[in-house]
Ligand binder design. Sequence first.
Ligand SMILES: [Zn+2]
Ligand SMILES: [Zn+2]
Length: 394
Amino acid sequence: MDPQEAKARAWATIDHLESELIEISHAIHARPELCYEEHFAAHTLSSALQRHGIEVEAPAFELPTAFAGRSGTTGPHVIICCEYDALPGIGHGCGHNIIGTAGIGAGIALASLAGHLGGRVTTLGTPAEEGGGGKLRLLERGAFADADAAMMVHPEPANVEMVPYLANETLVITMHGRAAHASSSQLAGINALDALVLGYQGATVLRTNLRRDERVFGIITNGGAADNIVPAEATARYRIRARSKDRLDGLRARLTECFQGAARQLGATCTIESLGGYLDVRANRTLAAAFRVNAEMLGRHFLDPGTIPIEVAGSTDMGNVSYELPVIHPVLDVGTRCAGHTIEMTAASITSNADRCLLDAAKAMAATVIDFWTRPELRDQVSAEFSTISQGRR
Ligand SMILES: [Zn+2]
Ligand SMILES: [Zn+2]
């Protein structure tokens, strides 16, 4: 089958599915579920794949809310990532109802073409992007092991094929002092809270000396047990971000020194535990360009990636995937100028523009997978670019 004809068929399938996909997106939006608790969303998405004749493994990879729908038996293998977790308090303020539904739209559209075109596609349900690191668990368990590329589309206020995402890490910082009566034996104590606050102030000064692509943000989660006891222990939780893993290592060292230095000044001790985090996204420029061409055919106008300020960058667990295989994480315009993780974005995620965003995302991904399946020179370029970037990282 001619690739252009295949794309036309995929887009016709998505047009045919329009009302079903929009209904699914809105149903997931109406029932927001947090990290690893996305039972309704995972079931709704995976059963839609099954309804359209796709063989589905659910749950998958020992994660109750992950699933994998597979089509095709031989040839280049592309994974389409679905996200569908929400945020505490504000529901789908990151628009993951759009991401998950776009993924299954593409998966269904590609299912009947895989055999004809000699390619494979897996529609992978990836839970817990918002801090739970679902894709890290999936990577550990081999979900991406035999894939040649992976992709997803995130709703944002603009169309851009390559957006910067920062590496991040969460740190739990604990000051250890000595408890004592706050009045009668104050001098016998070592005030862990004082040491922590001193470190916090150091970190706040550090923040004024960061590069534009670095972030330090923290909260105090434990400041003592009673107002008549010198605190023996006090705890803070920090999230640090930087443009690459190496730069994140440097930033962690600087933050660590703020708190270790404060501990030394007051005779306390400090322990720092990493809860892990996400790597930066190394998007594949070649595959992103192919995606852009397909999305432009849908009438979308793209911003030059160079015009996106680093100040608006967030982080995603797709970053870790991008260190293992060629990945794209383009964004499509959801039709609003509001920021992510806000109630305004929650409202924006089920408008008619949001519905258009999900349909276009499904179509552009399906067309890009068809390109990848049918253009060996594109695959060679994608993998050559990936090898070059990987070598640069060593
Ligand atoms: Zn988010
Ligand atoms: Zn998101």
